[in-house]
Design a protein around this ligand. Structure first.
Ligand SMILES: C[S@@+](CC[C@H](N)C(=O)[O-])C[C@H]1O[C@@H](n2cnc3c(N)ncnc32)[C@H](O)[C@@H]1O
Length: 415
C-alpha cells in the first residue's frame, strides 16, 4: 500500500454540484458495509485497500472527538488486514491533534488490530457488535510504576485514553440529538427547542443510509464558520451523507461525510442541478434565509427530489408573520407566506373530501396534495412527509350538502 503523507480530505468542499470523489468513496463504503464477505473483499480491492482504510480511519478519528481525549497528542498504532494484505497506520489523538498517517507509530504504547472487513462493518455496517477480530494492546512499562507523578504513569494513562477513544468510536454509541446539539453548539436546542421534535421524526431513520440536505450552513460570510447543525446531523446519522447549502463559500468546514455546497436557495435552476447530482434526498431542512419567497421556491424545487417516505422540514416559520421578510400579519391564509402555504397543504391532506367548488382559486399547494401523507406543525417548525395520499373519500352517495341529522330522529333531550 502507498505510504503518502498525512491524510487530508481529498476534496475539501466541492462548491458546486458535480463529481466529488470523496462523496463517491464514502457512499460506496457505506453501501458496501451491508454486503456479503466476498462482495466486501472484492469491493475493497476494487476501491483500493489503502484508500478505503484511510477513509474509514478518518471517519473514526472524527467520531472519536465525542470521547474524552488525552491532554497531549498520543499515538495509537492501527493494524488492518485483509487476506494476506497488511497495512499499518498511526492515529494521533489528544492535545488538539486528530490525524491519520500511514506507517507504524514510533514508540506507540497503544495498538488496535482488526480485519478490515469487520472494521468496515463496525464503522458503516448495520448496528451490532463487530469486534470479534479486534485486538487491543497497551505496552506496559518494564519497571514498577507506582508514583502517579511518574511520566511513565502519565504516558500509559494517555495511551489508554486514546485507545478508549478509538474503540469507543468503533462501538458507535448513540448520543441523543439534544446532547449532540449542545456538543456542536447548534441552536436547534437552547434558543430554539427543535431537536426533540426532530428526534421524534428522524429516530426511525437513524441507522439508515440517509442522504440529507440542509439549506443554511451558518456563519454567514465567514468561510470557516458555521456547520454546527451539519456536524450534529452527521453524528446523529452515522451512515448519513450530510450536504449543506449556503449562499456563501464554506469550503473550510468540509469533513468526512459533510459536504458544503455554495448556491442560492432562491435559484430553482441551481437547486435542480444540485438535486440531480446529490439527490434524491431522504431529508431536506430549510434553515436558510427564512424569506417567505425563498422558502416556497426551495420547496417547489426540492420536494420532487425527496424520496417517498422522505421528510421536508421548514424552520423558523415565524417569518410568515413578519412583513419585512415577506410575511403577512393580517391575512393568515396568504398563500405567499410559508404558513399560508402550509395551511393549504393541510387542506390538501383531505383533497378526496373536497368538491371542485370548494377549492376556489387553485392554490400552488394543491399540486402536491396527492404526494403528501402528513403535515406536522409545531411552534416555528413544520415537517412535511412525502407519501402517496390517495386514500379514498367517503362514498359518493353520502350527501355533502345536507345536514345528516335530517336522516334520523334525534333522541329527545332530557332536561
Ligand atoms: C440560520 S443560519 C443556518 C444555521 C445552521 N443551519 C445551523 O443550524 O447551525 C442561515 C444561513 O443561511 C444562509 N443563507 C442566507 N440566504 C441564503 C440563500 N439565498 N441561499 C442559501 N443560503 C442562504 C446564510 O448565509 C446563513 O449562513
Amino acid at each position: 500500500m502507498p505510504t503518502d503523507a498525512t491524510t487530508t480530505l481529498e476534496n475539501p468542499g466541492d462548491t458546486s454540484p458535480g463529481a466529488d470523489p470523496q462523496t463517491a468513496l464514502e457512499t460506496a463504503l457505506i453501501r458496501l458495509a451491508d454486503r456479503s464477505d466476498a462482495e466486501i473483499a472484492a469491493g475493497l480491492a476494487d476501491l483500493g485497500l489503502d484508500r478505503c482504510a484511510r477513509a474509514l480511519l478518518r471517519e473514526i478519528v472524527d467520531r472519536a472527538r465525542l470521547f474524552p481525549e488525552p491532554p497531549v497528542a498520543t499515538a495509537v498504532e492501527v493494524r488492518l488486514r485483509l487476506g494476506e494484505e497488511r497495512s499499518v497506520y498511526t492515529v494521533t489523538l489528544g492535545g488538539g491533534a486528530h490525524k491519520v498517517t500511514p506507517g507504524p507509530a514510533e514508540a506507540a504504547r497503544a495498538r488496535l488490530a482488526q480485519d478490515l472487513l469487520e472494521f468496515l462493518r463496525a464503522v458503516y455496517g448495520a448496528p451490532g457488535r463487530h469486534d470479534a477480530t479486534r485486538e487491543l494492546h497497551i505496552t506496559e512499562p518494564d519497571r514498577p510504576v507506582l508514583d502517579p507523578a511518574d511520566p511513565e504513569h502519565t504516558e500509559r494513562a494517555a495511551a489508554v485514553t486514546a485507545l478508549h477513544q478509538l474503540a469507543g468510536a468503533l462501538a458507535r454509541p448513540q448520543r441523543s440529538l439534544n446532547e449532540l446539539a449542545v456538543h456542536f453548539r447548534s441552536d436547534k436546542w437552547g434558543g430554539h427547542w427543535y431537536t426533540p421534535h426532530y428526534d421524534r421524526y428522524f429516530a426511525q431513520l437513524r441507522e439508515g443510509v440517509v442522504n440529507l440536505l440542509e439549506i443554511g450552513i451558518g456563519g454567514y460570510d465567514d468561510p470557516d464558520q458555521g456547520g454546527a447543525s451539519l456536524r450534529m446531523w452527521k453524528h446523529y446519522f452515522p451512515r448519513g451523507l450530510v450536504h449543506g447549502l449556503d449562499v456563501y463559500e464554506k469550503r473550510g468546514i468540509a469533513e468526512p461525510r459533510l459536504f458544503p455546497l455554495r448556491g442560492d436557495q432562491s435559484d430553482p435552476a441551481y437547486l435542480a442541478g444540485l438535486a440531480a447530482e446529490r439527490g434524491p434526498f431522504d431529508i431536506v431542512i430549510d434553515d436558510g434565509s427564512h424569506l417567505n419567497e425563498h422558502v416556497l421556491t426551495s420547496f417547489e424545487a426540492l420536494f420532487p427530489h425527496l424520496r417517498p417516505g422522505g421528510l421536508y422540514v421548514v424552520e423558523d416559520t415565524q417569518t410568515a408573520y413578519w412583513t419585512g421578510w415577506g410575511g403577512n400579519d393580517r391575512d393568515l391564509n396568504d398563500p405567499t407566506t410559508s404558513m399560508g402555504f402550509v395551511k393549504a397543504l393541510v387542506d390538501g391532506l383531505n383533497h378526496q373530501e373536497r368538491t371542485p367548488a370548494q377549492d376556489g382559486p387553485v392554490s400552488p399547494a394543491t399540486r402536491w396534495e396527492r404526494g403528501i401523507g402528513a403535515v406536522h406543525v409545531h411552534h416555528n417548525l413544520v415537517v412535511v412527509e412525502k407519501r402517496v395520499n390517495t386514500e379514498q373519500g367517503a362514498p359518493a352517495w353520502v350527501p355533502r350538502d345536507v345536514d345528516p341529522r335530517s336522516w334520523y330522529t334525534a333522541p329527545e333531550r332530557s332536561e
